[in-house]
Design a binder for this molecule. Structure first.
Ligand code: 7PJ
Length: 272
């Protein structure tokens, strides 16, 4: 079970987290959802397709992306939180800014998805004073520089040690384990070999004892393997989602909800 704001989520089967980007420079939708109205429309489509959670993001974290200001990020994200309040699925907000976390939680967000694992000033406290869930993700470096020269001793052990330390920090700040999710952060300061090793050994992360989130949808590792452009990575993305689910991921973060859901129905039927 995951305590997630207004919801308590059963995690006996993998849940689909649908990605709602409200950024003009999003890596894989070219900014087609760059306005609040377009973002809301896209979110409703993902709900119709069967998304179990929506992940609303107002700042692109693709490699090389430029940061956005607090006001601009709030202008992008808050209208969606408000418009989607009645939709009866948990609303996650993808942000690493403490001010955005606070405002999002006040507006009704059920989960904070922080690619910076609450390492920002005041971030632990912003989440601790709520009942929101939080996803603690690993990355090496910053989106501006992370793909230049990623280095690890043992990538799985290093990423697990980081996540264990952030779980301890979160719990020390008063965020109970029942609100924690962890994520190895595919593509965030990782070479193709690192990403492949993490996916191959994803089951090891279950030892951390909290639900595991995996985000592989349309990522460049899939392009490196197949040679396909970002808009043509549906089938590789679904294959990666299936592998992640079979290795124990309990939340799968995807752009293509309908196809992912159909594929995971088969995984669920076989795992029963
Ligand atoms: C992830 C994310 C991920 C979590 C992004 C993209 C880049 N949050 N935000 N995990 N990726 N928790 O979608 O390609 O892998 S943005």
């Amino acid at each position: 079970m995951l305590r997630c704001g207004r919801f308590t989520l059963p995690l006996n089967r993998p849940l689909i987290m649908g990605i709602v980007n409200v950024t003009p420079d999003s890596f894989s939708d070219g900014g087609r959802h760059g306005s609040a109205a377009a973002g809301i429309e896209h979110a409703f489509r993902l709900l119709e397709e069967g998304a179990d959670i929506l992940d609303i993001g107002g700042e692109s974290s693709r490699p090389g992306a430029q940061p956005v200001g607090i006001d601009e990020e709030l202008r992008r994200v808050l209208p969606l939180i408000e418009a989607l309040q009645g939709s009866n699925v948990p609303l996650s907000v993808d942000t690493c800014k403490t001010e955005v976390m606070r405002a999002a939680i006040d507006a009704g967000a059920d989960m904070i998805n922080d690619i910076n694992a609450l390492q920002g000033e005041g971030a632990l406290e912003a989440v601790a004073g709520s009942n929101a869930a939080v996803c603690l993700m690993h990355k090496q470096g910053t989106p501006q520089t992370m793909q230049l020269a990623p280095r690890y001793g043992d990538v799985v052990a290093d990423v697990m040690a980081f996540l264990a330390a952030r779980m301890a920090a979160a719990q020390a700040a008063g965020i109970g384990r029942e609100r924690l999710v962890v994520d190895p952060g595919f593509g965030f300061g990782k070479s193709l070999e690192h990403n492949v090793t993490l996916l191959h050994q994803l089951d090891r992360f279950q030892a951390l004892g909290v639900p595991l989130l995996a985000g592989l949808s349309r990522k460049s590792m899939l392009g490196q393997i197949t040679g396909l452009d970002v808009d043509a990575r549906l089938i590789p993305s679904v294959a990666a989602a299936v592998i992640a689910a079979m290795k124990g991921a309990r939340i799968i973060r995807v752009h293509d909800v309908k196809a992912s859901k159909e594929a995971l129905q088969i995984v669920n039927a076989i795992n029963l």
